[in-house]
Ligand binder design. Structure first.
Ligand code: GUN
Ligand code: ZN
Length: 451
């Protein structure tokens, strides 16, 4: 047995087409493969479908127990939403009529204040976890609110429905508009310490300063220390709008840049993910690269709030890790397939402005939605693509789903279009094409209905 071979028994074997990204190739379409999942939910082997007899002997499964995918089906890795506000799901699709800072005061803070009420929280959090899972988000990096108990509930709900999640209790000690929706720095530190000791098998806590304008230097310092002492993930927002960048300059005049504010409070590490980054300078991107911090690209929100257009190609050229985020409710869609589309749209809009621009390809964006996201969250040892030893986080996709949003037209066996058809789903498909969702080997969609 080689070092990455599983010692656990085989629980499931699937045969058919597998489509995924690797570290070297944006998209690989693997036809007629056999993939075995062990009893711990990890990928135990991947081999040719033609070798079913040899593999069944080697791995000890019955050939008749293999699940055969349909002619128009394939497996792709589950998608990774690197930035979503679970607490804002209740008003997704509404209230996008003002710029970020006014939008936060007018809509977001009043809604988030409601999460003191645990029943309200339970209702919204159950809906957002189910909706994102159904849309193919197998890993979500969530912002909750400042309320520790409601944030714990979000972690429990994600775990119970089988979604892999990073969950952040939001920290903020500055709020001039809604004074009751904030904490003192000491409360925030104490509650974060209470928060980070809790975990569920699929859920990890994330240290979550909301963004520099909502946090004093003292609070940022406490949070950097907690993250460092406990080796935790960190998430926040950065350089989403020019107005925000100017505000940070006013609030933190002694720092070189917005990025420097986080850096000097030990908040930039290889487990940090910062959303937006539309207006970062080259020097700031260099600091991201040096620290290993990553960017959550949230194109729907960037356009919906008229914040800016992130030049993803520039970020990738700086060798900064980048994943995609829905940023509900600044973004109006909880679907990562929408994030794929908006990423392509933003890249094409940049190309319209500059015809020499190196537009992102469909394949590159597919990678960002899957493996790229897992790298951005430093979870790619566990998830992001179909490699032996990783957890089986996967979507069973039917390109010809009954009632689906797109028709599969047969161009004839072996034609150019037929071979590329799996790639049409991220831009043109929707949740009707996602017939099953797996996290760590367990089927979590369709939901198992209670009694
Ligand atoms: N889009 C967005 N940006 C933020 N910056 C600080 N808080 C938020 C938020 O809730 N949404
Ligand atoms: Zn956000």
């Amino acid at each position: 047995m080689s070092s990455n071979e599983s010692a656990a028994g085989i629980a499931h074997v699937y045969r058919g087409t597998f489509v995924h990204a690797t570290y070297h190739t944006a998209v690989e379409i693997l036809e007629d493969r056999l993939l075995g999942v062990d009893t711990e939910g990890k990928i135990a082997f991947i081999g040719s479908g033609k070798e079913v007899d040899r593999l069944s002997q080697k791995w000890g499964f019955e050939a008749f127990a293999v699940t055969q995918l349909g002619q128009h089906e394939f497996f792709m890795p589950g998608m990774v939403d690197t930035h979503i506000h679970a607490s804002q799901y209740s008003y997704a699709g509404t209230a996008l009529d003002m710029p970020l800072l006014q939008w936060l005061n007018m809509y977001t803070f009043p809604v988030e204040a409601c999460y003191k009420d645990l029943e309200f929280a339970r209702n919204v959090y159950t809906h957002v976890v189910k909706r994102t899972l159904r849309n193919g988000t197998t890993t979500a990096c969530y912002f909750a609110t400042i309320h520790t108990d409601a944030s714990l509930l979000l972690g429990q709900i994600a775990n119970d429905f089988g979604q892999r999640a990073l969950v952040g209790k939001v920290c903020m000690d500055t709020n001039n508009f809604i004074p009751h929706y904030k904490e003192t720095p000491e409360e925030s530190e104490g509650e974060t310490n209470r928060w980070v000791i809790n975990s569920y098998p699929l859920v990890r806590p994330v240290v979550t300063p909301r963004f520099a304008p909502s946090c004093s230097a003292a609070l940022l310092g406490y949070l950097g220390e907690i993250a460092h002492n406990n080796d935790l993930h960190i998430q926040s927002h950065i350089s989403e709008t020019k107005e925000e960048v100017n505000l940070v300059k006013e609030l933190f005049p002694d720092y070189d840049s917005y990025t420097d504010v986080y850096h000097r409070h030990n908040l930039l590490t290889d487990k940090t993910v910062l959303a937006h980054g539309c207006h970062l300078t080259d020097g700031e991107l260099k600091l991201f690269r040096e620290t290993g911090a990553s960017i959550a690209h949230c194109p729907n929100s960037n356009i919906s709030l008229c914040s800016g257009m992130l030049d993803v190609r520039r970020v990738l050229n700086h060798k900064v890790k980048l994943g995609l985020g829905t940023d509900v409710a600044g973004g109006y869609s909880p679907s990562m397939l929408d994030a794929v589309r908006r990423t392509l749209d933003t890249s094409k809009a940049l190309t319209i402005q500059d015809t020499q621009y190196h537009t992102l390809t469909f394949e590159e964006v597919f990678r960002l939605a899957t493996l790229g996201g897992s790298q951005a969250l430093s979870l790619d040892e566990n998830t992001g693509n179909f490699e032996v030893g990783k957890d089986f986080d996967a979507l069973r996709v039917n390109t010809d789903a009954a009632g689906g949003p797109i028709d599969l037209i047969n161009h004839g066996e072996g034609s150019f279009f037929m071979s590329l058809f799996p790639l049409s789903i991220p831009p043109s498909g929707d949740d009707r094409n996602i017939v099953e969702v797996y996290v760590a080997g367990k089927r979590v969609v369709p939901f198992v209905e209670g009694p």
